[in-house]
Design a protein around this ligand. Sequence first.
Ligand SMILES: Nc1ccc(F)c(C(=O)c2c[nH]c3ncc(Cl)cc23)c1F
Ligand SMILES: [Fe+3]
Length: 291
Amino acid sequence: ATILNEPRLVVRKFLARPQHEGLGAIVRRSIGRFELKYFDPFLVLDEFSVTAPAGFPDHPHRGFETVTYMLQGAVTHEDFEGHKGTIGAGDLQWMTAGKGIVHSEMPAAQGTQKGLQLWINLSSKHKMIEPRYQEMMSKDIAEAAQDGIKVRVIAGEALGTKSPIYTRTPTMYLDFTLKPGAHLQQPIPKSWNAFVYVLEGEGMFGSSKSLPVTGHHLLLLGSGDGLEAWNKSSKTLRFILVGGEPLGEPLVQFGPFVMNTQEEIDQTIDDFENYANGFEKARHWRSESAL
Ligand SMILES: Nc1ccc(F)c(C(=O)c2c[nH]c3ncc(Cl)cc23)c1F
Ligand SMILES: [Fe+3]
């Protein structure tokens, strides 16, 4: 049965290559790299790989959200409010930094920890809200399966299944696994920007005559009412589909500070250096993992 009237075509394709980030960590950055600095409302998509003692030691965030989804291993996060936890394979941490968070994100186990971290911008009216976490264990993430398709619904809705995650900036985040031969039609609100990031196997996206796309590739989708995908290979295909409502606001970014004007960035740097306006607890806090 045809669900989509106007399947979105792939308008740009990027191979995410490894680069250094944090302290000795490796990330494949697709959104946020030079050629694709911002895909409104998305600032960064990192496919990270980190092995102790490397990691992401104490660092701040203001003005956006980080969504960490573990694929292998585990990461312990710890912030300046004393909020601490470990996210293991399949677990999710949706962190709304708002007016300010200082935290560390370090390997929690031996071996290589792998996952995805997506940075979602907040609208000017939400940039200075109180920080907030929404955390889900793998077993609690909504799953649905149908016709050779399995979906884990991180945010939004798919195959009639909804996620409980509240997305301030309206967002969908779907983890799809397609068996050989499967064909997917997933609606996406027409006004949203959307992309696919392939994790495993090879798939066709947008048109069944398009070239197969393999892992570590980011595909920007054009206009239309949804994503159509095919797995015509003999292996399992796994990818994430992420979409969000563009904010359409000015963007001024200084590393982990994302505001709307240079003055707000200057003020943020001043707040951070003077432990003020949301960064008070950074004055005496150091993570236990600090070397
Ligand atoms: N500003 C800035 C500077 C340096 C960093 F390393 C970071 C940072 O923590 C991360 C960058 N990508 C990541 N993917 C996964 C995880 Cl768990 C953390 C990060 C950061 F935010
Ligand atoms: Fe962080």
